[in-house]
Design a protein around this ligand. Structure first.
Ligand SMILES: [Zn+2]
Ligand SMILES: [Zn+2]
Length: 118
């Protein structure tokens, strides 16, 4: 898996499907497909199914569009100062890197225990 793979994987243990369309992102750096996000986070207080963190803040759970339109990209960070734009970008890259590392770890863990992956 390279840094350039253009998808992430649902962190719900039994799911792990490639994410597309909309996804649910948590403050504890986990990401879930629309099905598991809307299911798990409908209860109150919401609990992250990946790490059991309680998510109570207004921005602890955010539903994101994974392939936003050009219109959205044109305005979403417009008006912000460059250091804020870079701060947001670097946090998002950190999130991405964490997810890629997590997938590499889980894949090698599976290979180790179940032999060659089909
Ligand atoms: Zn899922
Ligand atoms: Zn979590």
């Amino acid at each position: 898996m390279s840094m350039c793979d253009d998808f992430m994987i649902c962190n719900y243990n039994k799911c792990r499907t490639k994410l597309s369309g909309y996804a649910w992102v948590t403050a504890c750096s986990h990401i879930f497909c629309d099905q598991h996000g809307s299911g798990e986070f409908s209860q109150s207080p919401a609990v992250c199914p990946a790490c059991n963190n309680t998510l109570t803040g207004k921005l602890d759970i955010v539903r994101v569009e994974l392939n936003p339109s050009d219109e959205y990209k044109a305005v979403v960070l417009a008006g912000l100062r460059p250091e804020i734009i870079l701060d947001i970008s670097s946090r998002a890259i950190t999130f991405w890197t964490y997810q890629v590392m997590l997938n590499i770890f889980l894949n090698s863990f599976r290979k180790c225990f179940f032999g060659k992956f089909k």
